[in-house]
Write a protein that binds this ligand. Structure first.
Ligand code: TYM
Length: 332
């Protein structure tokens, strides 16, 4: 059985990086895999969240999943906190995760900033909860953007540690699926920084809910360099902003980078940016509109989340009973 788990944090507007690095790829996997897609609200709590905003963002991410083309007849969409097994398994796995493994995680270092001793335990244990998300369903594959690669290596290490300790091949070692032309979409203002929800400048990212004019303005303002576009992808080296925009175009158009360069070689950025704007509006416009339509009926979104959680809970409870039994936790 090939099964997928992947998740998105409900911490704000989803952006083009989330779409191209994750959601777009998820849609293509639903025929081949049993898919569970989580809105990982417990992960969001690793940094302070305003309660009403957290609720609203949870529904927004659900709407984004649906608008991107996730089909609830084939996939379960649910929020993580609606399946208590995530927290339960996270504890069990925390008890077999050496601190040394967590100390290697670069995301903790980035997010904790200078004052590490003020950072929460949850932020530190974040990758263990991620391991629980994936292993709770015995997922075999995890489609993500490149920024999650290190976390998924840890998930594999934790799965291996469990299997060795109990002398069984209980958890499959999940494979990260990092594919497409935009596995790491960069900021529109700085081609060396990741496009991110937490960037202070909204001009650094294209949000899935941005309208046509906003998308056009952000792309027009996007940082570039003075040279025209090359015809060979190798000549994008050392030109991070150009490489980023070409990668975005390629991913949105479902074309390899060299095909995009063949089309735009020698062109100035102004012409290329116009074409990129038209393409981005074409692809993202319908998604934003569908999200807005879905969010007018929050009750319907909640019903989808409830159904998804019911499906996920059934599988989670079955696996947790097996895991508890292996560990020796008595269910009298
Ligand atoms: P999150 O919420 O930061 O991002 C959701 C997904 O979007 C991808 N992504 C990007 N891809 C390309 N370019 C970018 N600039 C970019 N920014 C974000 C992320 O790689 C991710 O696939 N820890 C995860 C959520 C999570 C999870 C899991 C994922 C929790 N449990 C279990 C997989 C499996 C996160 O914070 O993603």
């Amino acid at each position: 059985m090939k099964r997928i788990f992947s998740g998105v944090q409900p911490t704000g507007n989803l952006h083009l990086g989330n779409y191209l690095g994750a959601l777009k790829n998820w849609v293509g996997l639903q025929d081949e895999f049993d898919c569970l897609y989580g809105i990982v609200d417990l992960h969001a709590l690793t940094l302070p969240q305003e309660p009403d905003a957290l609720r609203a963002h949870t529904r927004e991410v659900a709407a984004a999943f649906l608008a991107a083309g996730i089909d609830t007849k084939r996939c379960a969409i649910f929020n993580q906190s609606a399946v208590p097994g995530h927290s339960q398994l996270a504890w069990l796995l925390a008890c077999m995760t050496p601190l040394g493994w967590l100390n290697r995680m670069t995301q903790f270092k980035d997010k904790a900033g200078k004052h590490k001793e003020n950072a929460g335990l949850g932020l530190y244990a974040y990758p263990v909860l991620m391991a629980a998300d994936v292993l709770l369903y015995k997922a075999t594959h995890v489609p993500v953007g490149e920024d999650q690669k290190q976390h998924l290596e840890l998930v594999r290490d934790i799965a291996g540690a469990f299997n060795r300790r109990y002398g069984v091949e209980y958890f499959p070692l999940p494979e990260p699926q990092i594919f497409g032309e935009a596995t790491r979409v960069m900021s529109l203002r700085d081609g060396t920084a990741k496009m991110s929800k937490s960037d202070n400048s909204d001009n650094s990212r294209i949000n899935l809910t941005d309208d046509r004019d906003t998308i056009a303005r952000k792309i027009r303002k996007a940082k570039t360099d003075p040279a025209p576009l090359p015809d060979d992808p190798k000549d994008l080296e050392g030109r991070p902003e150009a490489a980023n925009l070409i990668g975005i175009y390629a991913a949105l158009a479902d074309l390899p980078r060299d095909a995009v360069l063949a089309r735009f070689a020698g062109a100035q950025f102004s012409a290329f940016k116009e074409a990129l704007t038209a393409l981005a509006v074409d692809v993202l416009g319908p998604i934003g509109e569908e999200m807005a339509r879905l969010l007018k009926d929050p009750g319907a979104v909640d019903a989808i989340l409830r159904d998804g959680a019911e499906h996920a809970n059934a599988l989670a409870e079955k696996h947790l009973a097996e895991i508890d039994d292996l560990i020796g936790l008595l269910h009298a």
